[in-house]
Design a protein around this ligand. Sequence first.
Ligand code: FAD
Length: 538
Amino acid sequence: MIRIRQLKLKIDHTEEDLEKKIQHTLHLKPGQCVSYIIRKQSLDARKKPDLFYTYTVDVEVSREASILQKNKNKDICKAEWKEYSYPQEGTEPLIHRPVVIGCGPAGMFCTYMLAELGYRPILLERGADVDNRCQDVEHFWKTGELDTRSNVQFGEGGAGTFSDGKLNTLVKDPMGRNHKVLEIFVANGASEEILYRNKPHIGTDVLAKVVKNMRKKILANGGNVHFYSQVTDFTFENGKITGLTVTDTRDRKEYRLDAETIVLAIGHSARDTFQVLNDKQVPMEAKAFAVGIRMEHPQEMIDLAQYGQKRENHLPAADYKLTAQLESGRSGYTFCMCPGGYVVNASSEKEMLAVNGMSYHDRSGENANSAVIITVRPEDFPGEDVLAGVEFQRNLEHRAYEAAGGKIPVQQFADFCKNETSTAFGEVKPQMRGLYELANVRNIFPEFISHDLEETIHKFDCKIPGYARKDAIVSGVESRTSSPVRILRDQSLQSEIRGLYPCGEGAGYAGGITSAAMDGIKVAEKIVQKYHPFDRQQ
Ligand code: FAD
């Protein structure tokens, strides 16, 4: 195949326009049939308001060599595509079925791969299946009654289920795992567009269907998935994992499961499980993460800034990604920006309050929201304990809970700067899932954080005019940006406790849906390379 890069087309172009452009670029005869695969599509807004889509395509043609010879050009070359290749099976026999803890992207993709390759994994998830979970979360958002077993952090699909479903990642992976993750999403109900869009996005409504389909495939391939099954203890012998205790979160009944291979894909919110692991002296360390607020602006304002014009029908709701270097030496940045989205109450513990952002597939909400966050390091935490970062998060979340009596505290940005409780909204109205109330969000933070957040937002105003507008909505606290700990692992991806595989975001090896899923695949590969498939033994 021949690869063509930098094919520019107007934003309202048709499929036929793209085909013609390919024929013209390769000097093919008019009408000569072209078959092609889009590898990448990105929106070029550098010369706004003139907007273009830029494509990279791989084209199937006869007489490829002579066409390449005729079209010597830096943007035309022989196409190279690295397909993901499955790992070679290992030789060691498995005595017990591999166990994966956590049905977030890391655990789900790890289980999916192991099941596909015949290892009959058992997936344990403390929260509910996605249908029950959606009801639990809706109930919480409407009434404020939190179910600590099943919520925005815990349950089928993990933290990513109620999300914007952005699938881009900065992780470079020459093995093709990134594309493999997207292919698995498509095979389970996501749109094919995610395979080539520069910034692929699914949306919470589609994600819920996809994770359910993935579960069905795991079951069809001989795996098991148990919900309401919280791992509450681990047993080790001679430096090796030998099993775990599972507690049914509905009736608190316990049972033991023997296993010599356990994947720990517990996410960044499993604070009680971090405590158990720390008590058991599983090697882990405190790590830096970031905290801050969520900021809402009218989507129209963001569209205008990014596109230089009002958004037309064929354009997606505009996004942004901003960073600022601060006088304090820290950096401030945006995180998990949700175009046309909603701010959600993403709490998982009683008397604590954490926010995050989500959107539906069509991103048609009135506001754009994004976290604006500042890095905090272990020296900012209270004490030197490995779990001091968890304590730091809990303190902020408790203050956020108290700030508005358990509702999401919201404030106009002008009042955040004045350190005053807001008494009304301006033109921007909160778009939220969860009860909210006017309060003083600034008060949640120690002054060094509030000060840096204010400076960050003013700096962003130079990049997106209106970012620091008086009536922009600030809410808090955005505290679950990444894991406060790293659970150490070596090159075999095992902990010093052999057979224990720390995986995904909670263990400190991923940040976001796609990178967590890629890490899940990476861990599955290590297990496959070591062991025989389970069902072909004896
Ligand atoms: P998790 O998804 O956190 O999954 C861990 C799972 O383990 C959970 O289901 C939990 O219930 C389970 N578990 C924990 N402890 C136990 C135990 N002891 N026993 C049994 N089960 C246990 N990322 C993006 O890339 N794009 C986005 O648009 C995006 N939006 C987000 C929006 C929201 C509201 C939230 C909360 C997060 C968002 N993220 C987004 C972040 C993303 O969801 C995470 O990076 C990702 O889910 C991490 O995957 P994981 O599998 O490592 O952990």
